[in-house]
Ligand binder design. Structure first.
Ligand code: NAD
Ligand code: UDP
Length: 312
């Protein structure tokens, strides 16, 4: 029998790539989104297909749909977006998790949560393993997202222990690629768009803070493997362990675009983590997964995408 798969946040950056992959695999896909940060443009090419449906809905409101699997991705992911309406962000993360877990329980559906490296906060353990409990400011401007996602993880494990819901939890580290929104505010899209427009590159702080950047195709492969296996419930880190300073990222983008943009220093946002690098030993062991696309190759693809967007 054919399965129906719900993708919440399916019109967003990661969600649209996931929907595309599931449709190509012949699954019936129900994409749910309220378009807070996503766009119909990301999934327009799927709309006319026989195995793709779109529902405009807010996951903090209950919904009953006949689905067999759920990927719960709905939530703004860029600090600019999640902190400009923090109450909506917490509602999405927490009430959304409750609604989707309730649906999974009623449907006996497997449900995967797109959690985040932000559950580690500004980490004091480096690189971060899944056993690290994190270092999070519960009342700062990032807390709506960090604590919302932490509470969602709590709910996932409580529904698993108390109600035997079949859960999977992945902790995604900074992922980039085509279909990030040009005004998304995240560092890769910001730097590429600024470089292509010849505008100043906005480097926050001294640029010495680090991140580890994973190309979208690698991440979606890891997400699909996590959903498809029957042993590991998580949490499991998915990300590219290659770590770069943000200044190195700026210099790489400038060299790959051939841009003459200058670097403009701006204040470091409050609670901006100083370092971030996933330990992916668990994903290697449980999923046989590791990223394949290096930063330069992934950036070239992403630059090509943004050139098209800016030319349109
Ligand atoms: P995105 O902002 O592009 O996508 C999020 C999608 O969720 C958007 O389409 C948005 O409109 C939708 N959405 C937001 N609130 C909603 C609500 N209340 N009801 C229904 N839909 C809603 O971000 P993304 O990068 O694609 O992230 C997808 C998921 O992955 C998020 O849960 C995010 O926390 C997680 N994640 C992403 C990254 C990353 O680097 N991209 C890192 C860690 C975690
Ligand atoms: N950053 C920057 N310039 C920008 C946007 C972000 O220097 O225009 C920095 C930001 O301060 C952080 C890093 O890049 O240290 C990654 O930021 P992003 O918002 O992409 O994701 P985060 O990992 O902080 O959630």
């Amino acid at each position: 029998m054919k399965r129906t798969i719900l993708v919440t946040g399916g019109a967003g950056f990661l969600g649209s790539h996931l929907c595309e992959r599931l449709v190509a695999a012949g699954e019936d896909v129900l994409c749910l989104d309220n378009f807070r940060t996503g766009s119909k443009d990301n999934i327009r090419h799927l709309l006319s297909g026989p195995n793709f449906e779109l529902v405009r809905h807010d996951i903090w409101l209950p919904i009953y749909v006949e689905v067999d699997r759920i990927f719960n991705l709905a939530c703004p992911a860029s600090p600019v977006h999640y902190s400009n309406d923090p109450i909506a962000t917490t509602k999405t993360a927490v009430l959304g998790a409750i609604n989707m877990l309730g649906l999974a329980r009623r449907r006996r559906a497997r449900i995967l949560q797109a959690s985040t490296s932000e559950v580690y906060g500004d980490p004091q353990q480096h690189p971060q393993t899944e056993s690290y409990w994190g270092h999070v400011n519960p009342i700062g401007p990032r807390a709506c997202y960090d604590e919302g996602k932490r509470c969602a993880e709590t709910l996932f494990f409580d529904y698993h222990r108390q109600a035997a819901v079949d859960i999977r939890v992945i902790r995604i580290f900074n992922t980039y690629g085509p279909r990030m929104h040009p005004n998304d505010g995240r560092v890769v899209s910001n730097f590429i768009v600024q470089a292509l427009k010849g505008e100043p590159i906005t480097l926050f702080g001294d640029g010495g803070q680090t991140r580890s950047f994973c190309y979208v195709d690698d991440l979606i492969e890891g997400m699909a493997r996590m959903m498809d296996q029957d042993v590991e419930v998580g949490p499991i880190n998915l990300g590219n362990p290659a770590e770069f300073t943000i200044r190195q990222l700026a210099e790489t983008v400038l060299s790959l675009t051939g841009s003459k943009s200058r670097i403009e220093f701006r204040p470091l946002p409050v609670d901006d983590p100083l370092q971030r690098q996933p330990d992916i030993a668990k994903a290697r062991g449980a999923l046989g997964w590791e990223p394949k696309v290096g930063l330069e190759d992934g950036l070239k693809e992403t630059i090509g995408y943004f050139k098209g967007v800016l030319a349109a």
